[in-house]
Write a protein that binds this ligand. Structure first.
Ligand code: HEC
Length: 152
């Protein structure tokens, strides 16, 4: 009887020591669960990832991988004040194309961007990509509904 009591006492002592030496090991599984949860991409992150592919297929040849355009005929998207200040017109440009004189970062452009024939979802995705790439950052996500509301 005494023997088991001592045994229990020793076991508790050992457990306690283990806990004190590494208390996190007892909560690790919960932490792992939380970090997996945090790694789930947000709807905006998912849209940006899809938008990158749209950009590569339909925009990169003019606006370049750097988003800098070519300095003469194709305007920049990275740091573009047009894109930043004219949200609706920019989404409209991606949906229906854009022509006529515009001023981007103080520089005149007067070219033609043909419409790429994208779906509303592709327009939303590619805009989320360009509005959140390079130095660009936009909190408000472009939604399919926002794109669908735009008329030619
Ligand atoms: C054939 C070349 C070409 C392609 C492809 C192209 N653009 Fe453009 N883009 C232009 C030109 C040229 C202008 C300026 C039009 C003007 O002068 O009115 C422009 C202007 C813009 C603007 C507004 C001005 C600025 O720089 O902020 C945005 C936004 C834009 N493009 C986004 C896109 C997106 C998104 C795609 C892909 C879906 C795309 N463009 C594909 C040539 C192109």
């Amino acid at each position: 009887m005494l023997f088991t009591k001592i045994n229990i006492g020793v076991s508790l002592l050992l457990l306690g020591g283990l806990y004190l030496s590494n208390p996190t090991s007892f909560t690790n599984s919960e932490n792992e669960y939380l970090s997996i949860k945090e790694q789930q991409p947000t709807p905006l992150q998912k849209s940006i990832a899809r938008g990158k592919e749209v950009y590569t297929d339909f925009c990169i040849q003019c606006h370049m991988a750097t988003g800098n355009g070519n300095g003469t005929t194709f305007p920049p998207l990275d740091g573009s004040d047009w894109l930043k200040n004219k949200r609706t017109q920019s989404i409209h440009a991606a949906k229906y194309g854009q022509k006529g004189e515009i001023i981007v970062n103080g520089k005149k452009f007067n070219g033609i961007m043909p419409p790429a024939g994208l779906s509303d979802e592709e327009v939303a995705d590619v805009m989320n990509y360009v509005m959140n790439s390079w130095s660009n950052k936009t909190k408000k996500m472009v939604t399919i509904k926002e794109v669908a509301l735009l008329k030619p």
